[in-house]
Design a protein around this ligand. Sequence first.
Ligand SMILES: O=C(O)C(=O)C[C@H](O)[C@H](O)COP(=O)(O)O
Length: 317
Amino acid sequence: MKDIITIGDAMITFDPTTNGPLRNVHSFERKAGGAEFNFAIGCARLGLDTGWISRLGKDEFGKFIRNFARGEGIDVSAVKLVDGYPTSLNFKEIREDGSGSTFYYRADSPTKTLTEQTLDVDAIRQTKILHITGVFAAIDPEKNLRLLKRAVTIAKDHGALVSFDPNIRLKLWGREKARQSLSQLLPYVDIILTGVEEAELLFGVSQPDQIVAACERYGISTVAIKQGEKGAFGYMGGISMTMPPRLPKKVVDTVGAGDGFDAGFIYGVLQGWSLDRTLNFANTIGSMVVSVYGDNEGLPELDEVHIQLGEKEYVER
Ligand SMILES: O=C(O)C(=O)C[C@H](O)[C@H](O)COP(=O)(O)O
């Protein structure tokens, strides 16, 4: 039995070596990224037994990403390399304040070959939590919505919880399409990990208590609202609270903080922690991610989070 399984595309991410508009950037570092992939790395580094279902191109970039995931300890037995679809790409632009913009080259993602029929269902039958996000839904809305519905149905039939990050990427689809599609997944969701704007798009409300009420109408019992530098709001077991942020030492690249938060929150849920401990742990991971360049390089191992929280001593030499 795995702790967590996630389904999604991964991309070669080209990180600029200088900040500012991409038209003036001349060199890039080749890395790997993708919302569900980053999340899986975050979970694996915390020590969770993590699986990832995906398709990558049968090319050098696909092999690199699969090896990377395997090296992180992620179970890649449901990651297949396919002919005819080059591995997806993503170029990042980073502004002076650490915020960024993303330019996708993934219209023909290898995950187009992952269908309801070819879905690796055995993996989903043996997990405590299935984690899905709106990025994968957006890549191929009709097909992937059907696939995700099948995945969540199997997960629930086998007693797993479903966690969901709407991760709405407006460069991939429009607001109305996103709302219509993702709303169909909400009745299957147990844990939602969302930003305020995403919740507003899905539910038409923006105050935490209104969002919780909207979620409860769908049967979603655990809610985390990521509020960036304002911290996070959480609702679990009938208790709600806002957890102030853990301030990062410095902010160099904000991309990936949400994926890191998700991994930390799910870790807390799996440990049976209280809401305040879970939120504080997840916030801490978010703050560690933004202090390091790259989408997943800053994702910490478990000991590093405990050191950051002052729960463990750091021995320099
Ligand atoms: O897969 C995609 O389309 C992505 O956008 C990959 C992004 O690197 C992460 O999903 C970062 O998302 P945050 O953690 O919210 O900053």
